[in-house]
Design a binder for this molecule. Structure first.
Ligand code: NDP
Ligand code: MG
Length: 381
């Protein structure tokens, strides 16, 4: 079990819950990091007394350094502050809950420092999955998934043989617009898209859940984490978010993992597996849930899901470009520059234009990311 932890993205939805779980389990918090939300970081420093705190925004770092000058926390500031902090911390586990592609370099740094990696930042695997997994294997570094579907699959795989897997079944809540057609989607506002029916999450992943881009990312994540080809990974819409994912074996047995939807369970399992301890999570009462429903996803109305399958087939820098285009398109949607339906078309166009580069370096991935992002911003200029 994890004894000490560095929480990256500590001020976000997953990061805050990770600090709660750490406190519950008595895990020492040695380091925390965020981009610029220093009011919350100050509270976290006072509550958890970490030795290090990294803040990407230099000015915010300076202000935080002054505000916590009465504590023993060393505040690091600037673009490379998280990478420096990973070098300095003696935490045995890095929990990466940074949002977006900015989480990729910290993922690589944590692996290079031989830390166990509890990984919520799905963009690391979407954009650079092959290398991330290969580096972790080469160094014997454990990657424990935090994403609920992958945590569920990890649990369903325990005690079974890899060669006996017939397929993975990722469940998807279907988001708030599950029953709407293409036309109705065009008039969706950011406020409507941010109202997820079952999970409370950061803004980007909430919009990605509504477009099903998130599920596409998760197919790619599962492909890399579990070494399963995309044809053997299915998606099933499950409105209640009780079954978090399933594995079907060659004998037709299907093993599912269930709980009330609460990220604290996934975070805790990533830190304690294979051990299981009492958690802050409510118990599941199936009699009060009554019905569990499942549907095939509507791939015509939500084209970003099939696009993700296609991007794995193309491989190279294509998934990274798709992710970058989506990050940019979601940002533009949230500030009212494009409509909800435009997100899918922008991402499809930017991905189609992406050049095929096999076995890319980190720099090539970042260049493809920048190009796709620029293309999407260019659409509204
Ligand atoms: P949030 O938007 O709630 O939080 C993002 C965190 O990352 C904040 O602490 C933010 O700091 C920090 N951050 C943002 N940009 C940077 C940067 N450039 N450098 C360093 N830190 C940065 O996101 P979520 O918690 O929802 O998601 C985090 C990750 O986990 C994502 O990859 C998401 O896909 C994944 N995930 C999330 C789930 C959820 O339930 N929320 C479920 C499964 C996966 P600041 O506050 O200062 O801006
Ligand atoms: Mg998920």
């Amino acid at each position: 079990m994890t004894e000490s932890i560095a929480v990256l993205g500590a001020t976000g939805s997953v990061g805050m819950q990770a600090l709660e779980v750490a406190a519950h389990l008595g895990i020492r918090v040695d380091a925390i990091a965020a981009k610029r939300t220093i009011k919350l970081l100050e509270m976290q420093i006072r509550a958890h007394s970490p030795r290090f705190c990294a803040v990407i925004d230099e000015d915010a770092a300076r202000r935080l350094r002054e505000a916590v000058s009465d504590t023993n926390t060393l505040v690091l500031g600037g673009a490379d502050a998280i990478l420096e902090m990973i070098q300095l911390t003696d935490a045995d586990t890095v929990l990466n809950a940074v949002s977006g592609i900015s989480g990729l370099r910290p993922t690589m740094a944590a692996i290079a420092a031989n830390k166990k990696l509890a990984l919520a930042n799905k963009e690391s695997l979407v954009a650079f999955g092959e290398t991330v997994m290969a580096e972790a294997a080469r160094r014997g570094v454990e990657i424990a998934p935090v994403d609920s579907e992958h945590s569920a699959i990890e649990q369903c795989l325990r005690g079974n043989r890899h060669e006996d897997i017939r397929r993975l079944i990722l469940t998807a809540s279907g988001g708030p617009f599950f029953n709407l057609g293409k036309k109705e989607l065009d008039s969706i506002t950011p406020r409507e898209a941010l109202a997820h029916p079952t999970w409370t999450m950061g803004k980007r992943i909430t919009i990605d859940s509504a477009t099903m881009m998130n599920k596409g990312f998760e197919v790619i994540e599962a492909h890399h984490l579990f070494g399963i080809s995309p044809e053997k990974i299915d998606v099933l819409v499950h409105r209640e978010s009780i079954v978090h994912s399933m594995v079907e074996y060659n004998d037709s047995a299907v093993i599912a993992q269930m709980s009330v939807p609460d990220m604290k369970l996934c975070i805790q399992y990533a830190l304690t597996n294979p051990g299981r301890y009492t958690s802050p999570v409510n118990r599941l009462n199936l009699a009060s849930v009554c019905t569990l429903s499942f549907f095939e996803p509507d791939k015509k109305t939500f084209p970003l899901l099939p696009l993700a399958y296609d991007s794995i087939k193309r491989g190279g820098v294509v998934p990274a470009a798709m992710n970058a285009a989506d990050e940019a398109a979601v940002e533009l949607f949230l500030i009212g520059k494009i409509g909800f339906g435009d997100i899918s078309s922008a991402v499809c166009e930017a991905t189609a234009r992406c050049a095929d580069i096999k076995s890319p370096t980190l720099e090539q991935v970042e260049a493809a990311d920048a190009e796709a992002r620029e293309y999407v911003y260019g659409l509204v200029r």
